[in-house]
Design a protein around this ligand. Structure first.
Ligand code: ARG
Ligand code: ASP
Length: 722
């Protein structure tokens, strides 16, 4: 009896670490949280947030592009998201004559708005728990491959049924909790989306990589678009006759002062979290994966930096590459520090010990749950060495741009060697390859890439066991003992390859056929790529995914067990790029001994940073500093200052960028755009003492539009409440 009590007590103590502010909640089930939300100040109901009546707050939110969030802010389809979310369409529309990156862009009226090819937004029409339907025909204990087939078949039937509803919807069935549950998501997707306005990069990306993931922050990270529809207000491809979309709902904007401890809510599309991973997986992440990936990116970034600081052309060409390499690199560093600070692996190990005792405490549980953790442990022992090579494939071999380019020609080579390939398909593939090669060279530097190649190959050779060295690499290694040797090898490799000859490769592609394909197979760069892939595929990729699949199955059981063990807890599924709600209060924190972060920043901080002459990330338009100097703030100042950003205890992740921050009344007070560096472990383990999301204050947005850009006419279609 006493042992049982100890067990119960310990289990309660070690419940999965669901703590205040943690959770990315399913809108349809938000009723379970509503009491807690109201206790924290929220004034609306669950029905206000999510309802099928076509007029709840969810109807104002969109999945923007492939992985961001946006929200409607007028009844004429006006949408706001982050600058960094709109960056690629804005960049695509920019040219030397129309340099929207440097100057910003503001359409003076609807006819000046710029269509963005390839950009689409999706509204969630509804979600449905379809677990019973999806699993109905899956016999108990069926093999994973059988289960998968039946799941896919049932999902397809559900999707087909949606398509028969007569409205143009796209649908998707996604697993939650490793396939313990399945949800159907029905979307309406709009493809005529036009750029309405954007500040210049020096405001929208202010702080650049220097400030990325960091508080205090002063980035004016927003851009605006408009959704267009056909005359029936339905999705339609771009046409000059399309009209602004009338949304079911748009957000009202509040300019009321935001104060510490205020209730906030983030409504958006978080991408990926992994809260349930075991201690072994945390160890693998922290001690191996992150460490090696960070190191490889250190090498690559230092090469980029050296060239970018010496050469303006390279600086511009590599700006976006540098930003994206640095973004994950900086996040991984923060994540490792955060997980170590939390002792995440040790905490997980304690939970696992408890789980195991619980699982072994009666025969029914024993049969269902007792074998899971030991099996996962042994799979992890097999996974660890494979995972290292897998990471090097991603972060070392694929980091060599020339090898990446080679891989883009695989389909063309493969198809042209197949006599069954039709002429028009060949033509299509040739054109695609030409486009992709042209694009590649636009932002490419031979000198940078040769150095990256030498450094990546030598690091690979030094770190990865020889059984994973393809023959070509083995041969090279015989001659390459020093970094200079590797460099010489890389230069020679490139100079002998058709890939280093822009004209040559374009000519080759123009009449690419089986003869050219055979010729390409002897090209040294293409061969290096093929030899690596021929080794990776059977020896790394396939076994790696095989183990991942087996792990998925075990996680399904483990998470089901956790939910049974802690049946009183309100669980939330890991983020999977579907609509979620998270809430928390505006709050500062103590990132380290002797430092306290206030929750707000102002325009004063922009001027302060701009005064640091040698930091190019802090260059800012003179006009903005002028407005600051003259305190020409219009109605947007609070206590004589323009608010710029604030932090709050919302549990967010990548994909939440652009998400609206709503106040207790459901009014828009900001746009999520980042997390603090000390928070970045929240994808694995949340810590209420350190986890803060960073939001742009909506009043800075209004100030920039009105006072800086003098595009105040845009405000007249918004509804600003106080
Ligand atoms: N860290 C943010 C996110 O993960 C913003 C990245 C964009 N800004 C940058 N300087 N790279 O997406
Ligand atoms: N900056 C991220 C995004 O683009 C948000 C985050 O990771 O917190 O979605």
């Amino acid at each position: 009896m006493k042992r049982l009590l100890i067990l119960i007590f310990a289990v309660a103590m070690l419940a999965p670490r669901l703590r205040a502010d943690e959770g990315m909640w399913i809108p349809m089930l938000i009723g379970k949280n509503i009491d807690d939300m109201r206790k924290n100040g929220f004034k609306l109901t669950a029905e206000d947030l999510y309802s099928l009546n076509g007029n709840s707050l969810k109807d104002a939110i969109v999945l923007f592009g492939r992985g961001c969030t946006g929200e409607l802010i007028s009844n004429q389809g006006l949408l706001i998201t982050n600058y960094h979310c709109g960056y690629s369409p804005i960049q695509a529309l920019s040219s030397v004559e129309h340099d929207y990156l440097s100057n910003g862009f503001w359409a003076a009226n609807k006819s000046e708005e710029l269509p963005c090819q390839g950009l689409s937004v999706k509204f969630l029409v509804r979600m449905e728990d379809v677990t019973e339907r999806v699993l109905r025909e899956v016999p108990r204990g069926s093999a994973e491959s059988v289960r998968l087939k039946l799941v896919n078949k049932a999902s397809q039937e559900l999707i087909d049924a949606v398509q028969k509803e007569g409205v143009v919807y796209t649908a998707q069935v996604k697993p939650l909790y490793y396939g313990n549950q399945y949800y159907l998501y029905v979307y309406q997707e709009f493809t005529d989306v036009r750029l309405v306005g954007t500040p210049p990069e020096s405001i929208g990306k202010f702080g650049g990589d220097t400030d990325n993931w960091v508080w205090p922050r002063h980035t004016g990270d927003f851009s605006m678009f408009r959704i267009y529809a056909n005359a029936k207000n339905e999705p339609a491809d771009y046409s000059p006759s399309n009209v602004p979309y009338t949304p079911k709902r748009f957000l009202k904007i509040s300019t009321q002062e935001v104060k510490e401890n205020d209730f906030t809510l983030v409504y958006g599309f978080p991408g990926t979290t992994r809260q349930f991973i075991t201690s072994d997986a945390v160890d693998l992440l922290v001690q191996q994966s992150n460490q090696h990936k960070i190191n490889l990116r250190n090498i690559r970034l230092s090469i980029f930096d050296r060239y970018m600081s010496q050469n303006d052309t390279i600086r511009i060409r590599y700006a976006s590459k540098h930003a994206s390499v640095a973004n994950a690199w900086k996040k991984w560093i923060g994540e490792t520090i955060g997980l170590n600070r939390l002792n995440a692996a040790a905490l997980k190990r304690e939970q696992e010990t408890m789980f195991q005792s619980w699982a072994e405490s009666n025969s029914e549980r024993r049969s269902r749950y007792a074998a899971l953790l030991p099996a996962m442990h042994s799979l992890h022992q097999q996974l660890t060495p494979l995972s290292l090579v897998y990471d090097y494939r991603q972060e070392a071999i694929n980091a060599v741009e020339m090898l990446q380019l080679a891989s883009r020609l695989d389909a063309l080579v493969y198809k042209s060697l197949n006599p069954a390939t039709k002429a028009d398909e060949m033509k299509r593939l040739r054109e695609r390859a030409k486009r992709s090669v042209r694009q590649f060279y636009k932002d490419y530097s031979f000198n940078v890439d040769v150095e990256v190649c030498a450094a990546m190959l030598s690091t690979y050779a030094a770190q990865i066991p020889t059984e994973f060295h393809p023959d070509v690499l083995m041969q090279v290694e015989q001659h390459c003992k020093t970094p200079d040797d590797w460099m010489r090898f890389a230069v020679e490799l490139y100079s002998q390859s058709v890939f280093a000859d822009t004209l040559g490769i374009m000519t080759l592609l123009s009449d690419f056929d089986s003869t050219t394909a055979k010729h390409l197979l002897t090209d040294p760069v293409y061969r290096l790529h093929r030899d690596f892939e021929a080794m990776f595929e059977p020896k790394v990729v396939r076994p790696y995914y095989g183990i991942q699949d087996s792990l998925q199955l075990l996680y399904r059981g483990y998470v089901a067990g956790l939910m049974e063990l802690h049946s009183d807890k309100n669980f939330y599924p890991d983020a999977n790029l579907t609509l979620r709600i998270t809430y928390g209060r505006v709050k500062g924190f103590e990132p380290k001994d002797g430092v306290v972060y206030a929750p707000f920043t102002t325009l004063d901080g922009v001027a302060e940073k701009a005064a640091m002459l040698d930091v190019s990330d802090y260059r800012v338009p003179a006009r903005l500093l002028e407005l600051h100097k003259n305190k020409d703030y219009g109605p947007y100042a609070v206590n004589g200052k323009i608010p710029v950003a604030f932090i709050a205890a919302n549990h967010t992740t990548g994909g939440n960028s652009g998400s609206p921050i709503l106040n207790a009344e459901g009014h828009l007070i900001g746009l999520n755009f980042d997390r603090c560096w000390e928070s970045t472990m929240s994808d694995v383990m949340y810590d209420p003492n350190y986890c803060r999301n960073i939001s742009l204050d909506i009043r800075y947005v209004l100030f920039i539009i009105d006072k800086y850009a003098q595009a105040g006419y845009l405000l007249s279609e918004m509804e600003i409440v106080n």
